[in-house]
Structure formats: C-alpha cells, structure tokens
Design a protein around this ligand. Structure first.
Ligand code: G1P
Length: 291
C-alpha cells in the first residue's frame, strides 16, 4: 500500500429505513436532513475531507433522489443565479462538482456483507472504505481518514471501535483482542455480529467505518447468512481477524447514531449548535422548554 489517499468509498444505502416510517415511505432515510443537509451529504463530506474522489452508493429501489442530490440541477442553479443568490448557487454547485458518484443496485436486501459485495466491480482491485449512513462521526480529522492511516501503517484492514455500555453491546458488531503496541488501537482476534446479551467478548462496538482490502470480496462471496439471516460484513471481517489482519481503530470524534430516532434528534441539535446563526436561538429555546 503506497502512501496515497483513499480513493474510493462505498456507502450502502439500500435499507428500508423502517425505524423512520412513515417519513421513509417515499424519502430514503439517507436523505433525511441534519439541520439542512441530507445525512448522506455529511458522510460524503467526511469521505472527501479524507481525500476520496469516488463514492459508490449501493442503492435499492426508490433511491433516485440520492443520485439527483449529487447531480447537477440546471433549473435550480439557473434560478439561483438569476435571483443573484450567489452563495447558495455556489453551495449547490459544489455538491455536484466535488464528487463522482457511482450507483450500483443491491437487488435484494440480504445484509450489509451482501451490499458491500454488490460494489465489487465498481471498486475493482484496490483498498476501499465503507461508510454507514447511520453513523455520523463529528471530527475535524475525518473518521474514515483516521482508519486509512492506521491501515496504511499496519497493512491491515481497519474497523472503527467505540466503547458502549454492556447492555447495548447486543445491538452492534463487537470486537476484542490485545492492544496494538501501546494502544489505543486493538489487534482484533474475535469479532461477533450482534452477540446475544451477556456473551459479548468486550465492550468495544463496531461503528460504521471500515477500510478494507479487495480480498474481502471473495470472502464475502463465500460467507453464509449469519445474524438475522443476513450476509454479515462482520462475519467476513472475522475471517480477516483469524489471520491477524484486522485492526480496531479507537477513533477521535463524537459519534451520533442517526439511524435511531433519539440519536437523530440529538445529532440535529449538536450540528445546529455548531451553526452561529442558529446557536443562540436554539439554546434559548432549549432553556425555555426544559425549565
Ligand atoms: C451494522 C453492523 C454492525 C455495526 C453497526 C454500527 O449494524 O452490522 O456490526 O455495529 O452497523 O452502526 P446495523 O446497525 O445496520 O444493524
């Protein structure tokens, strides 16, 4: 692996978004806004800040608005220009100019491992990132870039890990193993998807960022359905871990679970509080309603 930026990332976006029904009946959950940006745009921004140039979006049915969002919108741009709304025009133009989006279809929702496998031909024979839209990592130093650095330093695949309370471990993939050198990262020797309560090998949960070698594709092609009857990415990673080829990265940054209703609301508040034009008004409102 040469010392180069990560070029491609895969964003699986074929899920049904059942936790956000009825909003997600006709709007993909990836398009639900955090303040005024679709969630997927925050994910794409993180990828771009880490140096990526190409984003492979794994779509299901009814996800055309994701492609539209990253495409040019001639009518909108024309109207904004005519109205002299220069700043908005530039903001809108930047979204479509800054990234190359490749859409691939996942024909059946057979799990995260299956979704990543659907990106095989678009990724080709190189290392790539996987970013899950439910997990926002708020950090100056982009989360996926932190993983890429560790992958380059070690030559091993990388997955983001974060400690969670014991009673929540069953909702995640969970990784365990000795510290790598003096830490904080971990050489994962066991990784389990959604361990039944009380059986998790550690309190370190997998958060949706991965940097993977192309060798993961044949592994996933041979991975049998696991937890929930789905082809799990975690089960593919377990095979890398068995060969000593998987590092758990204790990333810097605040993670929000935008796939959960409460987490989504919290993310909206956290991101709004960072906006100077919203901060004071929002704080005053929060003080008022929590009196
Ligand atoms: C997925 C992964 C799981 C990971 C989680 C993080 O699960 O399969 O290993 O811990 O994302 O958000 P999901 O939340 O899609 O069920």
């Amino acid at each position: 692996m040469s010392n180069r930026p990560l070029r491609k990332v895969v964003i699986p976006a074929a899920g049904l978004g059942t936790r956000f029904l009825p909003a997600t009946k006709s709007v993909p959950k990836e398009m639900l806004p955090i303040v005024d940006q679709p969630t997927i745009q925050l994910i794409v921004d993180e990828a771009l800040r880490a140096g990526a140039q190409e984003v492979v979006v794994v779509n299901g049915r009814g996800k055309g608005s994701i492609e539209d969002h990253f495409d040019r919108s001639y009518e909108l741009e024309d109207t904004l220009q005519k109205k002299g709304k220069k700043e908005l025009f530039e903001q809108i133009r930047k979204i479509s100019d800054s990234v190359r989006i490749i859409s691939v279809r996942q024909k059946e929702p057979m799990g995260l491992g299956h979704a990543v496998l659907a990106a095989r031909h678009a990724v080709g024979d190189e290392w790539f990132g996987v970013m899950l839209g439910d997990d926002l990592i708020d950090s100056e130093d982009p989360g996926i870039g932190q993983l890429w650095r560790v992958a380059q330093e070690t030559g091993k695949a990388a997955v983001a890990l974060m400690p969670v309370p014991e009673d929540q471990a069953h909702m995640y993939g969970v990784g365990a193993g000795p510290l790598l050198g003096n830490g904080p990262h971990v050489l994962i020797d066991r990784i389990v998807e959604k361990p039944p309560k009380g059986t998790a090998p550690s309190n370190l949960a997998v958060i949706g960022r991965y940097v993977l070698p192309p060798e993961i594709f044949p592994i996933l092609a041979n991975t049998k359905p696991g937890a929930g009857g789905e082809i799990q990415l975690t089960d593919g990673l377990a095979q890398l871990a068995a060969k000593g080829q998987l590092v758990g990265v204790r990333f810097n940054g605040v993670r929000h679970d935008a796939g959960d209703r409460l987490g989504y609301l919290q993310a909206n508040i956290a991101y709004a509080l960072k906006r100077p034009e919203l901060r004071e008004g929002l704080l005053a409102y929060l003080r008022e309603v929590t009196k």
